[in-house]
Each structure stands twice: as structure tokens, then as C-alpha cells.
Design a protein around this ligand. Structure first.
Ligand code: S3P
Length: 169
């Protein structure tokens, strides 16, 4: 198996961990949101604005399918990718799915500091409530990943365990 799919809530560290892992493994790093933005010539917020969430999810699925033909890469998914259609199942068939189960308080702290535009986060709802609602809805999908990492940061042991698993699958 020559691909890793990182899933988890926004702020769980998918991009940071993905870059770190790909560097350690000598593989490419693919950020699904960036792949979409580059190919569509629009940013994620613009796509949401023009097509709504449903339209965005179709485009997201199209580019996720594109990654299945890639070799030796770590893919950082969007927070909602696993929830749409049968994406989670397809990712698990094409690569090693890893759920970054970062603590919610840490996620909240990171998102408060982040300047990334996230269209699904509204002004009316507190960040705390939004994260716990998303977590409730998405946890059943994320939990189908083959690996669940229960720490806030990747470690050497994390890398070595994944490396071993990749040689078995
Ligand atoms: C989304 C998360 C975003 C991006 C889009 C939708 C979500 O990615 O794909 O705004 O539904 O949680 P990150 O998880 O990288 O923030």
C-alpha cells in the first residue's frame, strides 16, 4: 500500500502531520483542498459561495478520486471528506486511513489562532458548540479509519507504526 489518507476535524493537524509524515517517508504530500483550489482556479470559500455545500462535496469527491491513481503520497483530506458518499470506504480501499483524534480543547485553541477561512463556521454559533456538534456528527465516519491516533501531535512511534502497517497491507 503506498498512500496514507489523514482524516479528522478541521484543526486536528492533518496538514501539519501530513507534511511531517511525507517528509519522513520520502513521499509526496497532497492537500486535497489545495488540489481543488489549484485545478478549479478558485478558493474553497468561493466554491461554497457559488455552489453551496452539495456542489462543493461533488467537486471534492472528483479530486479525491484523482488521488487514487497517485503513488507514494500522504493525502490530507478536508474535515468533511469522509462524511460524503462512500468516500471513507474508497479511501480505505486505496490507502491506509488514519484518524487524527486530537483533543477538542486543543482543536478549539488552534482554530482560534488560525486565519484560514472556513465557510462552514458561522458567526452565530460559538466555536466550542460548532466543534462539538461537528465531532458528534463526524466521529462515526472518522472512526472507520484503520488507525486512530489519540495524541495531539505525531511522534516517532506514530511514524514507525504506520511504516510497519503499510508493509503488511
Ligand atoms: C471542511 C473543512 C475544510 C474544507 C472545507 C470544508 C469541513 O478543510 O475542506 O472548508 O467540512 O469540515 P480543513 O479540515 O482542512 O479545514
Amino acid at each position: 500500500m503506498d498512500k496514507i489518507y489523514l482524516v479528522g476535524l478541521p484543526g486536528s493537524g492533518k496538514s501539519h502531520t501530513g507534511k511531517w509524515l511525507s517528509h519522513r517517508m520520502g513521499w509526496d504530500f497532497v492537500d486535497l483542498d489545495e488540489l481543488i483550489e489549484k485545478n478549479e482556479g478558485k478558493n474553497i470559500a468561493e466554491i461554497f459561495g457559488e455552489l453551496g455545500e452539495k456542489g462543493f462535496r461533488k467537486i471534492e469527491q472528483k479530486y479525491l478520486n484523482v488521488t487514487f491513481s497517485y503513488k507514494q503520497c500522504v493525502v490530507s483530506c478536508g474535515g468533511g471528506t469522509p462524511v460524503w458518499g462512500n468516500n471513507m470506504e474508497k479511501m480505505s480501499r486505496n490507502g491506509l486511513t488514519v484518524y487524527l483524534n486530537t483533543e477538542l480543547t486543543e482543536i478549539e485553541r488552534r482554530l482560534e489562532e488560525s486565519h484560514v477561512e472556513r465557510p462552514l463556521f458561522s458567526q452565530e454559533q460559538s466555536l466550542h458548540k460548532h466543534i462539538s456538534d461537528l465531532n458528534e456528527k463526524r466521529r462515526p465516519y472518522y472512526s472507520r479509519a484503520k488507525v486512530i491516533w489519540n495524541r495531539n501531535e505525531p511522534t516517532e512511534q506514530f511514524f514507525r507504526s504506520l511504516d510497519r502497517l503499510l508493509s503488511i497491507y
